[in-house]
Ligand binder design. Structure first.
Ligand code: URP
Ligand code: ZN
Ligand code: ZN
Ligand code: ZN
Length: 488
């Protein structure tokens, strides 16, 4: 395969601009973008006339080979990434979730898992306990390992959940490091109560999952995390925003000028809760994830929030469990491994739901699926753009062709698909990763070990150049009153 590529005659789309142009790629880098580029015979030419040439998707939220709820997700760093590439996503950011609390050991374990990668990836890291060692290891992760974001779980009591004290320590540490704090926002104590109540009532099926952790608990935790981030004066990223309740808290905070980022996910935009009431356990259990997929109406509101700028980017939370694994919870919904697919479907679904429907423009599509993620995690314009010097992670989408999602034809190892049967207009016909054509004519050409770890530098710009050490007090409190020592 040639390391020189010319993509001819397509509409090249970036987050703020589109134009008909040729794109010339050499050794994995975009070298030129110009109305007409002529090349020699040694260059592979791809005709993109009538099609959109866009930056490959970046999925900010995935869980590959994740050990969770007494099992491990089915898609690993090879199968999950292969699926991603077939769906037009060329980079993802996965969560290192250190099982025994040591961040270093957790990072090394994920490094090993990621050896089989066939596309570029980065890491967030979860903080599940707090002590001096964790605090020091966070410094190491940011300064040497290329991690610039940390996730705090406000739910999963007894497992990953942390309390407000740890949340505050973690937020302060993130701020001091120029790292972004992320939250899984659900009130874990209340969820625990809700779950017990459902079991007491004899509601043991998947619908108990939705009933035990209603949107109000997502709204509460989102509001609390936002206010605590405001108190510490550090930016906040809310992962998997699933409800109007959470979205409205984000909208309010952003309106007041607070730096809050909201990430809805493919399943939250495309599905509704009614599946959890399906009479067939196997079907209903597929849809169990946290926070739960909400009632119809929440999906539309999240879509609208993307189109108005209240929410900034779209993830998937791809966390793949097959029907055998989901069946662990046949007698008790609390034991159904939480998670749904999406890494392969996100780009097509968002095109169909948001662009085809007329809710957003093609440039907005690029911003929401790629550019904004690259900006937020400080890897723009290497990623997220078709610009001279950017990595050649490129997709070609044919707006006149169509896609159909089925478990039979998808590339994930899952035996099911939560988007089964979904059809729409707009088909990603070609995916180019690092200058290599990896998806063409419905065929994947991938090899393990070709993906690269993308380090993400800390983002001091978010902190307005403030002296970080004292900013916490300077910004949240009034200057202390100087008093003479009291005489006793
Ligand atoms: O149900 C979910 N979301 N599983 C993955 C873990 C998480 O909370 O992101
Ligand atoms: Zn331009
Ligand atoms: Zn989560
Ligand atoms: Zn997740």
């Amino acid at each position: 395969p040639s390391s020189k590529l010319l993509i001819k005659g397509g509409t090249v789309v970036n987050a703020h601009h589109q134009q008909v142009a040729d794109v010339y790629v050499e050794d994995g880098i975009i070298v030129a973008i110009s109305p007409t580029i002529t090349v020699g015979d040694e260059v592979t030419v791809i005709d993109a006339t009538g099609k959109f040439v866009m930056p490959g998707g970046i999925d900010p939220h995935t869980h590959l080979e994740f050990e969770f709820m007494d099992t491990t997700t089915l898609d690993d760093f090879f199968s999950g990434q292969a699926a991603a590439l077939a769906g037009g996503t060329t980079m993802h950011i996965d969560f290192v979730i250190p099982l025994k609390g040591s961040l270093t050991a957790g990072f090394e374990a994920y490094e090993k898992k990621a050896n089989k990668s066939c596309m570029d990836y980065g890491f967030h890291m979860a903080i599940t306990k707090w002590d001096e060692t964790v605090s020091r290891e966070m410094e190491l992760m940011v300064n040497e390992k290329g991690i610039n974001s940390f996730k705090f779980f406000m739910a999963y009591k007894g497992a990953l959940m942390i309390n407000d004290e740890l949340l505050l320590e973690g937020f302060k540490k993130c701020k001091s490091l120029g790292a972004l704090a992320m939250v899984h926002a659900e009130n874990g104590d209340a969820v625990y109560e809700g779950q017990k109540k459902m079991i007491e009532l004899g509601i043991t099926g998947p619908e108990g999952h939705a009933l035990s952790r209603p949107a109000v608990l997502e709204g509460e935790a989102t509001a609390r995390a936002i206010r605590l981030a405001d108190f510490v004066d550090t930016p906040l990223y809310v992962v998997h925003v699933m409800s109007i309740d959470a979205m409205e808290e984000i909208a309010k905070a952003r309106k007041s000028g607070q730096r809050v980022i909201g990430e809805p996910i493919a399943s939250g935009l495309a599905l509704d809760e009614s599946w959890l009431w399906h009479p067939d356990f196997e079907t209903a259990a597929k849809y169990v994830m946290s926070p739960p997929i909400r009632k119809r109406g929440h999906d539309k509101a999240l879509q609208a929030a993307l189109s108005t700028g209240v929410l900034q980017l779209i993830g998937t939370d791809h966390c793949a469990f097959n029907s055998t694994q989901k069946a662990f919870g046949i007698d008790d919904f609390r034991k159904i491994p939480n998670g749904v697919n999406g890494i392969e479907e996100r780009m097509h679904l968002v095109w169909d739901i948001m662009v085809e429907s007329g809710q957003i423009s093609v440039t907005d599509y690029v911003r929401l699926t790629s550019t904004e993620c690259a900006r937020i995690f400080n890897i723009y314009p290497r990623k997220g753009a078709i610009l001279q010097g950017s990595d050649a992670d490129i997709i070609i989408l044919n707006p006149n062709s169509s896609f159909e999602i089925t478990a039979k034809s998808h590339h994930s190892r899952l035996d099911t698909n939560v988007f089964e049967g979904r059809k729409g207009k707009g088909k990603i016909e070609v995916t180019i990763e690092g200058g290599r054509v990896v998806w063409e004519n419905n065929e994947l050409k991938v090899a393990p070990g070709t993906g690269r770890y993308i380090k993400m530098p800390p983002f001091s710009y978010l902190f307005d150049g403030m002296d970080i050490k004292d900013a916490f007090y300077l910004n949240s409190l009034q200057a202390p009153v100087k008093r003479a020592k009291s005489s006793t």
